[in-house]
Design a protein. Structure first.
Length: 86
């Protein structure tokens, strides 16, 4: 895991060079979960090389980003995103 200024630890698969994800939704690896299921980090998404590894060209990044944005929009429509405080 890498920890940024926010104090939020984001999982990182150093062997594959990616942030574990499903369609761009950042997930904890199954071995990190208590019951061996994959769990999403709510509101956390990834695209580009951190999502799929260091492969592809500009067009690949576009397709990758579209998939991630699609997941974000789906989560918002299904009420899975927290509303900002304030």
């Amino acid at each position: 895991s890498q920890e940024g200024d926010s104090g939020c630890a984001v999982p990182f698969d150093a062997k594959r060079g990616v942030v574990p994800n499903q369609f761009g939704r950042i997930v904890f690896a199954a071995e990190q979960a208590v019951d061996n299921t994959v769990r999403q980090m709510p509101g956390m998404y990834v695209c580009g090389w951190l999502k799929r590894g260091p492969t592809g060209i500009i067009g690949t990044n576009l397709t990758c980003a579209e998939e991630t944005v699609g997941a974000l929009i789906e989560d918002e429509r299904n009420g899975k995103l927290q509303q900002p405080e304030g």
